[in-house]
Design a protein around this ligand. Sequence first.
Ligand SMILES: Nc1ncnc2c1ncn2[C@@H]1O[C@H](COP(=O)(O)OP(=O)(O)OP(=O)(O)O)[C@@H](O)[C@H]1O
Ligand code: SF4
Ligand SMILES: [Mg+2]
Length: 284
Amino acid sequence: MIELKCVYKKYKRGLFFSKSYVDVLEGVSLYAKKGEHLGIIGESGAGKSTLSRVLSLLELPDKGKVYINGEEITRKNISKKRGIVGMVFQDPSTSLDPKMTILSTLREASANKDEIDKVLCEVGLRKELLNKRPYELSGGEQQRVAIARVLLANSEYFIFDEFTSALDVSTQAKIINLLCNINKNRDYGFIFVSHDVKLIGFLSDRVYVLYKGRVVEETKDLSDVKHPYTKVLLKGEIDGSDSFVDAGCSFYGFCPYRMEKCMKEKPELKKIGEYEKVRCFLYD
Ligand SMILES: Nc1ncnc2c1ncn2[C@@H]1O[C@H](COP(=O)(O)OP(=O)(O)OP(=O)(O)O)[C@@H](O)[C@H]1O
Ligand code: SF4
Ligand SMILES: [Mg+2]
């Protein structure tokens, strides 16, 4: 299991000598289990990619804890543990080294020729492509190489951050079929991260909704969501006409149900069902 406990992450705004920070993750707690297809949704800037980098052990949080299979991740063990979680990025052309042939890229993950042949077959890539460089491949083929690389590294968890947005619709469908096939026996934990709520709803067993660096809802059923933000996100009706208000609830300025209490107090994420949690005073 991957577990995040009250994780905070901030970045410097502007140049390196700037003293102003942007809070990107604000106390995120979540878990991902092996065999599960987990979804993380939220609008642009919600902190999804930052969360993906913490989950895939590319970065440590500023505050809070990360556990992989019960072991706490620290500065000392992070590089050793990194292989457990593989990341497939949005744009495969930038995640593959343009100077390396596909074979050299895959060899970095495994030197075993039989394993490479097996994985190539699994991701549906022809052997003739092995001596080519990424720019000679289509976007879909490049994404298959990125998936093959994570499979060869024997990762237990795969994180897919906006993994289909650089692909055309028919290639997206092929890659999604491929992933469902790869994990049909549920050997791996898959974490799908996207602003595309339909895609996440289709692929995931359980979903976290991220808003301004906080989990505002956890659910197994995107057809019965509770948080006012999730409802708006699912309808695709984010209304930018209301202005941001520095209130207790970060959704206050946009919320049609806001109450006096929401201005003054911060809602906590509360359990409202076996798998359902929501951060909203309407469910107190
Ligand atoms: N390395 C960084 N340095 C400075 N600011 C950063 C850095 N990474 C992210 N941010 C800021 O953190 C916020 C969240 O970014 P993040 O990329 O995690 O969001 P996201 O939900 O993935 O958005 P998108 O859907 O557009 O990919 C943004 O305001 C972004 O500008
Ligand atoms: S806490 Fe209040 S403002 Fe925030 S989402 Fe719930 S009702 Fe709306
Ligand atoms: Mg992102």
